[in-house]
Design a protein around this ligand. Sequence first.
Ligand code: UDP
Length: 336
Amino acid sequence: MTPTNRTILVTGGAGYIGSHTVRLLASAGNTIVVLDNMVYGHEEAIVDSSVTLVPGDIGDHSLLRDLFREHSFSAVVHFAAFAYVGESVTNPLKYYRNNTAAPLALLEVMQEFGCKEFVFSSTCATYGVPTHIPITEETPQQPINPYGRSKLMLEWILADCETAWGLRSTCLRYFNASGCSQDGLIGEDHNPETHLIPRMLMALTGEAGPLEVFGTDYPTPDGTCIRDYIHVEDLAAAHARALDHLATGGRSLKVNLGTGVGVSVKEMIAAVEKVTEKQVPVVLGPRRAGDPAQLVADPSLALSELGWKAARTDIEETVRSAWNWMTGPRAGRYRR
Ligand code: UDP
């Protein structure tokens, strides 16, 4: 169920996954306030006129207090974070400051105002190189980069807040978010863009050079990495379920959000070529540092606990939605 008639603070709601979730929650009749520092967010990604966009930082106590005083939020959905794994290795403090330290202010103000429901964007990067596939929530969390560690630490902090003052949270561990809204109105616009599907589509439109395949000697059937690509609108629906779960008194959860289906880089190239009827220009390159061979979710806990499962398990459908966005009125960019 998607909750209705609730007042919810969404941090990072002008970003990729955040904006799709905001759209779903707003269209269900909730009052949504988005707090976004607009470093990577886009004003145009907020399409519902009922949504209030507040430019600002999640670490700003006084701004947060003003917002909580004005709106009496019943829950917070926390997306705001940096998510470039490579950058987190070269600039770890940026990630620990933004992803781990800044949310402390948000949690402090939630405690002050007695707001005790928190939906958190966690990540499969908290598992590091998994010991087995598919990955369950019991798979040991041994992140191999500062990005994954910055997110895992917030998972721990949330558990401590529950013990101390009764915060209930859902940590949603995303696998590979992909695709765009079905109507092509909002989508994925990262700068720089590093993700596989948009990189491929940019190679086709000429916005970027050929796709470099990062490694062809992995211990997988075709030698390329396998990932679990989960459609962004399915992720949005999971946030709605998570909010509903907490609103109805559900216990804190940590759940994987994936399709349960692994797709290799070569299989993704074939899917893109089928959907677009174009040949992707490709160069075969070396492995990218820090890429595990396979990351595939066991999403069964999300089904049993939240009643959620991915509606789009056909990768071509996901690719088609991304291609609609890339070739639609915005040509894959909010602003050029
Ligand atoms: N990948 C690739 N070329 C690219 C971008 C990604 O071969 O230009 C591969 C990458 O090595 C990984 C998969 O595609 O195996 C998905 O990468 P992405 O960066 O989209 O997401 P990640 O799994 O790193 O979160």
